[in-house]
Design a protein around this ligand. Structure first.
Ligand code: ATP
Ligand code: MG
Length: 444
């Protein structure tokens, strides 16, 4: 993409309404624009990141055997009457009346809708287990929308719903979600810690929230340092191996890790002093096994092998896709701007032409651009007729992992400069045999 042909509305001034870094940097780098409180347009750069996160989320869900569908944003209120939640949900639910005076709502979540799909088509244990998921906009009329996309009113969420014939199988679905979520966060370059969450009146141990540690997080969290050393790494995951999956989940859920909602000081005190940590955290996901709560009230039954009918065992599992964009920035920035992990960077590399208008420079940049595109990279070419300082500041702000700096002096010697946004290191690379070296650096 040639920058002069793109749409990158950079803000020079710090927006006064932004209280936290990620919100400020998203506005400054032209990723989003607020349209009303807690509701945003995603501009080209922001959309690219959102879509990259979405893709990783989908890949990991599909790898776990979960099936993508797409449910609508607008739902009929009758289903919520059946489940008994229409009144319980309260003011966060945006109610809409259609032209026939029928009450509709903008979905804050999809248990009712997905249970309705399930009961219309599945009635035998033979069709189980099934997990359906979608990534769709949600609306919750939050009292205090703030921090940009972190607590929006409209937000993009992956929500998955598992259906199983018995508890044992439902726990396996829960465990698959735990591991596929951990894999997702790791691929995003994020450390998200599973923490025991409140299950409300349903009880039991089967809800976990995933928290990214960050000073600006809205939750207070308490954890055993040991849990931060755990990672899946490139461990081979076989989702069909129920026992192996349960063992990994056990590893990740054994150390103490809770938010203030479930925190128990006396349990926490049993951890050796130096391992006892407390911090702020951002909730980027939650998984929940809740049994027959919706299947009972909505009549989603299946016939078992012995001929009995039983309400299906369910769980619901969510990842805050749009919130993750903010959380990633909270975890990856410096004074100059964003530092994208390569897995979600809006572009892989930017070519910065220091002397726009100079025939040689432009020719070299265009050639590099073509070569990199051919090699499969997503490339931004800063072909603006701007001062060098402005170009550097823009590129540091928007945080593309690699910068190729093409300056007349280096070029005369047959060199270009490769700069790593993360650590600021610069390498002079010869143009002639350059592409090979360059490509291996970009891949690293
Ligand atoms: P919170 O406690 O932050 O209000 P929640 O527990 O109500 O969130 P869930 O129903 O668990 O949210 O939704 C799943 C995920 O969706 C959350 O873990 C979070 O990442 C994301 N999410 C929830 N509410 C918002 C919001 N208002 N804006 C952006 N993302 C959100
Ligand atoms: Mg939650």
């Amino acid at each position: 993409m040639y920058l002069t042909k793109y749409f990158l509305p950079i803000l020079k001034e710090n927006p006064a309404e932004a209280q936290i870094t990620s919100h400020r940097l998203m506005l400054r780098s032209g990723m989003i624009k607020q349209s009303s409180a807690g509701i945003y347009s995603w501009l080209p750069l922001g959309l690219k990141v959102l879509k990259k996160i979405e893709k990783i989320v989908v890949e990991e869900q599909v790898a776990a055997g979960h099936i993508p569908i797409l449910m609508p944003t607008i739902q009929p209120s009758e289903l919520w009457e059946e489940s008994g939640r229409l009144d319980d949900y309260g003011k966060e639910m945006l109610r809409i009346e259609d032209r026939h005076g029928r009450l509709m709502l903008y979905g804050p979540t999809n248990e009712e809708l997905v249970t309705d799909i399930f009961r219309s088509h599945i009635s035998s244990y033979k069709d189980l287990p099934k997990t359906f998921f979608h990534i769709q906009w949600k609306f919750r009329d939050e009292v205090r929308p703030r921090f940009g996309v972190m607590r929006g009113r409209e937000f993009f969420m992956k929500d998955g719903y598992s259906f199983d014939m018995d508890k044992d199988s439902a726990i396996h679905a829960y465990n698959r979600h735990m591991i596929s979520y951990l894999r997702t966060y790791e691929r995003l370059g994020l450390k998200a810690i599973p923490m025991q969450a409140d299950t409300g009146p349903i009880g039991g141990d089967y809800s976990h929230e995933f928290l990214v540690l960050a000073e600006t997080g809205e939750s207070q969290v308490f954890y055993d340092k040991e849990i931060t050393d755990l990672s899946l790494g490139d461990r081979n995951i076989d989702y069909s191996d129920q026992q192996a999956i349960a063992t990994i989940v056990q590893d990740f859920t054994k150390p103490y890790a809770r938010t203030d909602e479930t925190h128990e000081q006396n349990l926490f005190n049993r951890i050796p002093n130096e391992r006892r940590l407390s911090a702020r955290g951002i909730e980027v996901g939650q998984i929940f096994y809740f049994g027959t709560k919706y299947s009972k009230s909505m009549g989603a039954d299946v016939v078992l092998p012995n001929g009995d009918r039983t309400p299906v065992e369910m769980g619901s599992h969510g990842i805050g896709v749009s919130r993750l964009v903010g959380a990633l920035i909270e975890a990856n920035h410096d004074d100059l701007g964003i530092i994208w992990p390569s897995s979600v960077a809006p572009f892989d590399v930017v070519i910065i032409n220091l002397k726009q208008g100079n025939e040689e420079s432009e020719k070299a940049c265009r050639q590099l651009y073509e070569d990199l595109i051919l090699a499969g990279y997503d490339v931004l070419y800063d072909d603006r007729d701007e001062r060098v300082g402005v170009k550097f500041a823009t590129m540091d702000l928007i945080g593309i992992p690699w910068q190729i700096i093409v300056g007349p002096r280096d070029l005369a010697d047959g060199f270009l400069e490769l700069k790593c946004r993360k650590n600021g290191s610069k390498t002079r690379v010869p143009l002639t045999e350059g592409s090979r070296q360059l490509l291996s650096a970009l891949n690293s």
